[in-house]
Write a protein that binds this ligand. Structure first.
Ligand code: GAL
Ligand code: CA
Length: 346
């Protein structure tokens, strides 16, 4: 009798667990053998973008065994051309991919892409280059993963104000109590470039620090362009430059190169970047760049992955926390100076 009851208990356990597992698989989620995700990059040679794509590849490898379907991830490089990118997206759509991740070449030109994906019912995850709000609202299966640009600017300002206040005799070269600065901006019209440029200055003003702009210009996120801009500014303003703000790290490294090559004309100013790439960490460690602000490429890649896998199965992002308006996921930053750089060089 006891034995019979035991068997009955085991049987009901099996039935219940089959039911639970069964529910998990059905519901609103499509069950698939393979999920195919297409990723188009505005430029594969952009250092920060390649960090995101490397992380994404790694995350897929690490997580594949957690799913009962295969994950196929394909990267394509638009090489800075909207035409290339349009063709790449058409191809993903024609091949019926389950989700498409788009790092837009032109962030103002998302409408056509969204309309095409909508008619094929393939969800879109934009990242790093944010479509304008009007376009984001064209369809409900459109998402964006990026960084908190205003926060990165404010952290960059914190690094500058801390250095300025504690080493004024070193950096206030003309002893007028005002920061004479140059600003290396990212690509014109890029949301991160616009917001970073505006808020680092605003934030310093709010701290009661006075600034005087000597020059600013776009170096399109690129090191060689920043090097030549900075070389020109050093020739023009020499040692009057007290702070170099850069919207990203590779431009800050380009400026550093110009400063080192012209050490007869300029003593080291405060130099700050954003992104937290390996080369800038090494530069901080070597006492060259003053600081950077990490834009967490791994967390951004994780968010892209989580959203893509969920929407590719027809999910509704219930398990993705901190989504603004159900569409936006913006990851926070961390600041890095000589005081904590060792943590990140490991
Ligand atoms: C920014 C990043 C830049 C560049 C750009 C590309 O967020 O700071 O280094 O990668 O994105 O869109
Ligand atoms: Ca000064």
């Amino acid at each position: 009798m006891i034995k019979g009851k035991k068997i009955l208990n085991i049987l009901s356990l099996i039935i219940i667990s089959t039911l639970i597992v069964g529910c998990g698989n059905s519901g609103s989620l499509k069950s698939k053998k393979e999920i195919r995700i297409g990723v188009t990059l505005y430029r594969e040679d952009d250092v920060f973008i390649s960090t995101i794509s490397d992380n994404l590849e790694e995350i897929v490898k690490e997580n594949e065994s957690n799913y009962d379907f295969k994950i196929f991830l394909e990267f394509v490089d638009a090489k800075g051309s909207t035409l290339n990118q349009g063709n790449q997206i058409d191809k993903f759509i024609n091949q019926d991919y389950d989700a498409i991740c788009v790092n837009l070449v032109d962030r103002t030109a998302a409408a056509t892409i969204i309309d095409k994906a909508k008619s094929a019912d393939i969800p879109l995850i934009f990242f790093n280059r944010e479509p304008v709000e009007e376009d984001m609202n064209r369809w409900n299966k459109v998402y964006y993963v990026g960084a908190q640009a205003e926060q990165s600017a404010r952290l960059q300002a914190d690094i500058v104000s801390e250095q300025w206040i504690s080493n004024k005799e070193l950096y206030d070269k003309n002893k007028d109590g005002i920061i004479q600065y140059v600003m290396l901006e990212g690509e014109p019209g890029h949301q991160d470039a616009l917001i970073r440029t505006e808020y680092c200055i605003k934030s310093l003003n709010e701290k009661g620090i006075q600034l005087e702009k000597l020059a600013d210009d776009s170096a399109n996120w690129q090191s060689d362009q920043a090097n030549s801009k900075m070389t020109q500014w050093i020739k023009e303003f020499g040692n009057n430059i007290e702070v170099v703000f850069s919207n990203n790290d590779v431009m800050a490294l380009g400026a550093m190169y110009a400063i080192n090559s012209n050490s007869d004309l300029i003593k080291k100013p405060i130099v700050v970047g954003i992104d937290g790439i390996k080369e800038s960490m090494e530069s901080i460690k070597a006492g060259e760049m003053t600081g950077t602000v990490i834009s967490d490429a791994n967390a951004q890649a994780e968010a892209i992955f989580d959203i893509a896998i969920d929407v590719a199965q027809g999910g509704s992002l219930e398990n993705i926390g901190d989504m603004e308006n159900g569409k936006y996921k913006k990851l926070p930053h961390t600041k890095v100076t000589i005081d904590n750089v060792d943590e990140y060089l490991k």
